[in-house]
Ligand binder design. Structure first.
Ligand code: ADP
Ligand code: MG
Ligand code: MG
Length: 251
């Protein structure tokens, strides 16, 4: 589904190479995790895939179902089924959460040639999905993420994902800032979306999230590259020994 080959990325305004040849293939139906020390380029990878400004691809490719992602506008990537849950969700004062969700859902339906969802159907759906994530009606009425706690913002990201039903879901450190109960809610939200036509790239610094969202494949990223790939046991190895051993081994 997602195929990244030899991806090299530098900052636009600085001569700083951040991704130095990322190779990664995520198959439909699978959950891949990316772990790695701070500053290794995990967030940069997710930003470049989703089309954030400020980065220049100097080599390599990234495709979603065979379509070149890198030449598409961010909204085209979203319409094609790519979703990124941000490490640091942005506050959007003045835009109601519900309005935002409805606009996003309908934009995506339109891009797929589907009809708009009726107001009544939308309301029913958003209430049901919000309830699963213990997001109360008040949070749906407030401006997007504005004044939300760290955990509320992360749950709101998962609500967006549940509403949009993307096929390629990237979660960037969704577990950071979550207490154990919130992490369970978020994980249940993610697990409910797992199916054979959808894939996940779960970026996390810590193994604990992967106790709840069981990955098929675990990658270690360091210094702008995937340096090691294995099964879930690789995450446990990181938990026990930190990154130092793995980094020394691949150096
Ligand atoms: P991770 O998510 O793995 O912690 P990041 O992708 O956030 O890593 O960052 C990778 C490296 O690129 C870090 O050294 C970071 O400081 C640098 N970096 C990323 N974006 C910028 C930017 N806009 N300006 C300056 N440095 C950046
Ligand atoms: Mg970081
Ligand atoms: Mg990051």
């Amino acid at each position: 589904m997602l195929e990244i080959k030899n991806l090299h990325v530098k900052l636009e305004e600085e001569d700083k190479q951040i991704l130095k040849g990322v190779d990664l293939t995520v198959e439909a139906g699978k959950v891949h995790a990316i772990m790695g020390p701070n500053g290794s380029g995990k967030s940069t990878l997710s930003y470049v895939l989703s089309g954030r400004d400020g980065y220049e691809v100097t080599a390599g490719s990234a495709t979603l179902d065979g379509e070149d992602l890198l030449e598409q506008e961010p909204e085209e990537r979203a319409a094609a089924g790519l979703f990124l849950a941000f490490q640091y969700p942005v506050e959007i004062p003045g835009v109601g959460n519900m309005t935002f969700l409805r606009t996003a859902v309908n934009a995506q339906r339109k891009a797929r040639g589907e009809e708009e969802m009726s107001a009544a159907d939308f309301l029913k759906l958003v209430r049901a999905k919000a309830k699963d994530l213990k997001i109360d009606a008040d949070m749906l009425k407030r401006p997007v993420n504005t004044g939300f706690s760290g955990g509320e913002k992360k749950r709101n990201e998962i609500l967006q994902m549940a509403m949009l039903e993307p096929k390629m879901c990237i979660l960037d450190e969704t577990d950071s800032g979550l207490d154990v109960d919130a992490m369970k809610l978020v994980s249940e939200g993610v697990n409910a979306l797992r199916d054979e036509n959808r894939a996940f790239l779960v970026i996390t610094h810590y193994q604990r999230l992967l106790n709840h969202i069981k990955p098929d494949v675990v990658h270690i990223m360091a210094n702008g590259r995937i340096v090691k790939t294995g099964g879930p046991e690789l995450a446990l190895e990181v938990e026990e020994n930190g990154y130092a051993d793995i980094l020394a081994e691949v150096a």
